[in-house]
Write a protein that binds this ligand. Structure first.
Ligand code: MOS
Length: 767
């Protein structure tokens, strides 16, 4: 394995750390433009109602109000991607629908005027608020043209072998139902967007806490009835997103852009935390029906599952998310016979969207609970069943793809054994069971979970990405990417890639905020692809410049370009390091003596994956990353309270470009995974969202952090820069099933619905 790196694979400090910790950096809500107005959305009062009339008169008459916008003011079609209206016109379909927006001279005036907008509704009682309701025969339809409330283009299948034959060969067949709930991404910074008329031409400029600037750009252009080149989107420094700042900021950008174009003034919209809870996407609830068969010796013979995914009132993610779900539904095991069907479903509720993991945390909770249940049924340990069936080098996935040794690593066996050894799984497995026989109401348990995750978009789309690297005459460097920083550390990782290629120090590099006019659209920053695809684009751009510089340096140093190396801000002869020239001097020569451009674009294009969306068969992802974890819990059987004491997890990540950032990703993700499992719960009643702030939406804080040990496995994979594979999401997947499995080990109570709240743990079954 390659280890000879200068900047990559090192624990460098984040390049944007100082400006953030000193408070110098401006977030979107901190930005202000001259003559700016403040906008307040008027939200629906019902989860499902006809809009009979909107009377804006009183609001418009108020001093300081500049404009009250309704759907009628939208120049283009009132339709954003995923069937979201910019503002509801005839009907509200969920409690977060906007019906009007007020723009005023101050926020106070805007809020006061919003209360004066009189909307007359006729409530519609025929509604569907849960997956079960929506799927009932003859259920009321959320969108009249969608049969059975199944969302268009969201049914994905996976077919391998013959499940009937597989179940016939089994000695044990289990059927189980699991359910996961809506959870919020809980980013520190609520959404903020400012739209202003372009100062120099007809068009609009948008700044905001935006995860995916290019999709905002396109959606805003559509609803303005403009070409995309009239819309410029600049990502502000962003305080977390985790997939979440997408649909809500799309709505905000569309509303403020319309008002900015109509009034000729900047319009600023900042959500309160309550509005963010109400209007932003959540993790999609998954209702999972699994059937699994195995032989007495533990060999799994077949898995069949149907998974229904709650989309909510609108949907712009399930058509991507469900594909990932269908590839991973059978879990991280070699199973010859698989039949999977995943569907997206509309409901009159808050809606599902991207949240770190993108279906995997839900599905891994289902299939890793299932594997545990199967082990108990067979009388073998959770470790044994996993070791027996886990994917091994050369195995075929349900998709038909082979984990070819030397191409795609498959180190699960080693990882399971390593984690189990470190935590003394075998010892604790027996010891806790013996101790738990006492009368003590505090029980201890240990549980395992495994996962694997396709890298990047795979068959979801083409994993393209763009980057620009510009070396300036003083030897400083600007890098720009079409992908965005959200707090994950991408800027630093990209800079490390560029520094490694150019052989320069990290301090030379500055990373500009993503701007849709600077780099070509290579797709969104999702699917843990910021470094995988975006880093490859950086590598390509930096490599072009290195070649350009080396060909000039070869003349200066009197050798061939291939005999040169760049390192420590120097360019020198490989066979005689005393012959060298500084990076800065070479830059000056290239620019001033040769007139060369030291700016280069990098474009990464792996091409489409070869697969069939009909059967799910094919090479769904270029590679996979792997995780194994053990969770240790104590459970108070009198109160139902679960305390996670310790999580030990191993991850195979290809190359850790910055091991410290990778570890941070794992700690943070595992804490989110723990919150998903035992703490976070959005309460809804008949379509009304009751949980709107952190007073009753409990997320883990630092005090709840268990002891966490992360073990990184590295390999020379071939998909990302220097073998990196993308680590943003996998960490969220493991805790929920490992904790639920540990709770079962400790108490004999199997909880199949999330979260494992006090009631569910006390009763030991789904409520
Ligand atoms: Mo992400 S959950 O792929 O934005």
């Amino acid at each position: 394995m390659k280890t000879d790196f200068r900047c990559v694979n090192k624990r460098e400090a984040r390049i944007d750390a100082a400006e953030k910790v000193t408070g110098k950096v401006k977030f979107a809500a901190d930005l202000n433009f001259g003559s700016q107005m403040y906008a307040q959305t008027v939200y629906s009062r019902f989860p499902h109602a006809k809009i009979m009339n909107i009377d804006t008169g009183a609001a418009e008459a108020m001093q300081g109000v500049v404009m009250v916008m309704t759907a009628k003011d939208i120049p283009g079609p009132n339709l954003l991607f995923g069937r979201f209206p910019v503002l509801a016109e005839e009907e509200v379909k969920y409690i977060g629908d906007g019906v009007a927006v007020v723009a005023a001279e101050s926020m106070d005036i805007a809020k006061e005027a919003a209360d004066l907008v009189k909307v007359t509704y006729r409530e519609i009682k025929e509604s569907v608020f849960s997956l079960e309701d929506a799927l009932k025969e003859g259920a009321p339809l959320v969108h009249e043209d969608e049969k059975g409330n199944i969302i268009e283009n969201t049914h994905y299948r996976m077919r391998a072998g013959d499940v009937e034959k597989g179940f016939a060969e089994a000695d044990v067949v289990l059927e189980r139902r699991y359910w996961t709930h809506f959870v919020d991404q809980a980013y520190i910074e609520p959404e903020a967007v400012i739209a202003l008329p372009d100062s120099y031409r007809v068009g609009v400029e948008i700044h905001g806490s935006i995860q995916n600037p290019y999709s905002i750009q396109q959606n805003v252009a559509d609803i303005l009835g403009m070409k995309i080149n009239r819309v410029k989107v600049i990502q502000s420094t962003i305080g977390g997103s985790f997939g979440g700042k997408d649909e809500s900021v799309m709505l905000m950008a569309a509303r403020t852009a319309v008002m900015a174009m109509k009034t000729g003034r900047p319009v600023k919209m900042v959500l309160t935390r309550e509005e963010s809870f109400l209007e932003s996407c959540k993790r999609h609830p998954h209702l999972m029906h699994y059937k699994i068969g195995a032989k007495k010796d533990g060999t799994i013979t077949a898995v069949e599952d149907r998974i229904d995914v709650q989309g909510g009132a609108y949907n712009n993610k399930a058509m991507f998310l469900n594909w990932r779900g269908s590839v991973h539904a059978a879990g991280t095991y070699y199973i010859p016979n698989v039949k999977t069907d995943v569907y997206g479903v509309y409901t009159h509720t808050i809606y599902g969207g991207a949240y770190r993991g993108f279906s995997a945390p839900q599905i891994v909770f289902g299939n890793e609970s299932l594997i545990d249940e199967l082990a108990y049924e067979l009388g073998i340990t959770p470790k044994e069943i996993r070791l027996k069936n886990c994917l091994k080098p050369g195995d075929e996935l349900a998709t038909g793809q082979i984990l070819e040794p030397g191409k795609i690593p498959a180190p699960l066996t080693e990882m399971i054994e390593d984690v189990c050894l470190r935590v003394d799984f075998d010892g604790k497995w027996i010891r806790y069971q013996e101790e738990n026989r006492s009368d003590n109401h505090i029980k201890r348990g240990i549980g395992l979970s495994c996962t694997f995750r396709g890298t990047g978009l795979g068959g979801e789309g083409i994993d393209t990405a763009g980057a620009t690297v510009t070396i300036i005459k003083d030897g400083s460097v600007i890098i720009q990417s079409g992908l965005t920083e959200m707090g994950q550390g991408m800027r630093t990782a990209h800079a490390q890639v560029v520094a490694e290629v150019l052989g320069i120090s990290l301090g030379r590099i500055t990373f500009l905020n993503t701007d849709t006019t600077a780099v070509m659209d290579g797709g969104p920053t999702v699917a843990s692809r910021g470094l995988l695809a975006g880093g490859n684009a950086m590598l390509i751009a930096a490599d072009k410049l290195k070649k350009r510089i080396h060909s000039e340096a070869a003349q200066a140093l009197g050798c061939k370009p291939e005999n040169l190396e760049s390192r420590n801000d120097l360019i020198f002869k490989k066979d005689d390091e005393s012959v060298s020239i500084t990076f800065e001097e070479m830059v000056r020569k290239c620019i001033f003596q040769q007139g060369l451009s030291l700016s280069a674009q990098g474009w990464h294009n792996p091409g489409p994956e070869k697969l069939s969306h009909e059967t799910g068969r094919g090479n769904c992802y270029p590679s996979y990353i792997y995780g194994v974890c053990a969770a240790e819990v104590t459970v108070d059987t009198e109160t139902g309270k679960v305390d996670v004491e310790r999580i030990t997890a191993a991850y195979e990540v290809g190359r850790a470009i910055n091991p410290q950032i990778v570890e941070s990703q794992m700690y943070g993700g595992m804490l989110q995974g723990m919150g998903f499992c035992i703490m976070e719960e959005l309460k809804e009643e008949e379509g009304y969202l009751k949980t709107l702030n952190y007073d009753n939406y409990l997320i883990p804080g630092i005090g709840d952090m268990p002891e966490i040990e992360v073990i990184l496995y590295e390999s020379d994979d071939n998909v990302g820069p220097f073998g990196a594979k993308g680590v943003g999401e996998i960490s969220v997947e493991l805790p929920a099933p490992a904790i639920a499995n540990a709770v079962f080990h400790g108490t004999g109570r199997r909880v199949r619905d999330l979260p494992l709240n006090l009631e569910r743990v006390l009763l030991g079954k789904a409520l």
